[in-house]
Design a protein around this ligand. Structure first.
Ligand code: ATR
Length: 279
């Protein structure tokens, strides 16, 4: 029987997850597919209940990562700790929530900023939605000494900061102060997605050694990464993270690791009209 999985979101048209999973499915010769499903903003639970009858599981993207935890019958520790899930598995005995975003983020850092050491300096996390939640839990688990969460809506950042005594909430207007000591800046807001204005941040305040990462991968060269590169800062792109979170998702859906010989990054870069391999 065909193993079916997919990604749910709103919007969902921009996602490259189907391209990644399709390449792996084909190379592995699996009887499987991976679709994309636009769920109504007010109909996440009903949509998931419907899909649970047909699929093995789904990845969850903007803006449903927090709601995803709410529809699950149980959650693995990282999803529970972060209060968000990007992976739902429709098991025979109920819905299981996992969070592979944090792992994807750490993989991306290892690949594109291999000398970066998380324990040395504070991290500035931009955003306080579902993507930021997964990132925060993983950063804390990986040993970040302090994480400053900056968000347009301060209350949301404060709720996240309550997760751990090493996490602090600040308004976006405090970016310059937060940047002064930062070793890593991560954009976990949806700003930068095609058609949305880029964040206008005071990158000049960052130390020369700071690494700048954007979770947005479409466009790959977001305004934030372009500005960081212009300052000579090392950049980590959202595509590395997308592929990093897709690996454990594939394994959970299809019961085997993705075939290593497939260069999914090149496939995605081609689709994005990019030729170079790093931002
Ligand atoms: P996701 O699941 O991808 O995290 P989300 O939960 O909708 O999606 O979160 C989106 C994040 O992007 C939030 O931090 C949001 O800020 P608010 O909490 O203030 O809404 C942030 N965001 C979206 N559009 C923004 C904008 N134009 N300027 C600043 N932040 C923005």
């Amino acid at each position: 029987m065909t193993i079916r999985a997919g990604v749910v979101g709103n919007p969902v048209a921009h996602t490259m997850s189907p391209m990644i999973h399709a390449a792996w499915i084909e190379a592995a010769g699996l009887d499987a597919d991976y679709g994309k499903f636009l769920l109504p903003l007010d109909g996440f639970r009903a949509g998931i209940q419907d899909l649970a009858k047909q699929l093995r599981g789904v990845n969850v993207t903007i803006p449903f990562k927090e709601q995803a935890l709410g529809v699950a019958d149980w959650a693995e520790p990282l999803a529970a700790a972060s209060g968000a899930a990007n992976l739902l598995l429709f098991n025979a005995d109920g819905i299981e929530a996992r969070n592979t975003d944090g792992l994807g983020m750490l993989v991306a850092l290892t690949e594109q900023a291999p000398k970066f050491e998380i324990a040395n300096q504070p991290v500035v996390l931009l955003g306080a939605g579902g993507a930021a939640r997964g990132a925060l839990a993983a950063l804390l688990q990986a040993g970040a000494p302090e994480v400053y969460i900056l968000n347009r809506t301060l209350e949301r950042a404060e709720t996240l900061a309550d997760m751990d005594k090493r996490a602090f909430a600040l308004p976006l207007g405090w970016a310059a102060e937060a940047f002064e000591e930062a070793g890593l800046v991560i954009n976990a807001t949806s700003v930068g997605l095609s058609g949305v204005d880029d964040l206008d941040l005071p990158l000049d305040a960052l130390p020369e050694s700071a690494v700048v990462m954007d979770m947005v991968y479409r466009p790959l060269q977001t305004g934030l990464l372009r500005a960081a590169r212009a300052r000579g800062l090392l950049c980590v792109d959202g595509l590395a993270m997308l592929i990093g979170q897709a690996v454990p998702s594939f394994e959970a859906f299809y019961g085997r690791p993705p075939p290593a010989q497939v260069d999914v990054r090149s496939i995605c870069l081609k689709a994005l009209g990019q030729t170079e391999t790093a931002p």
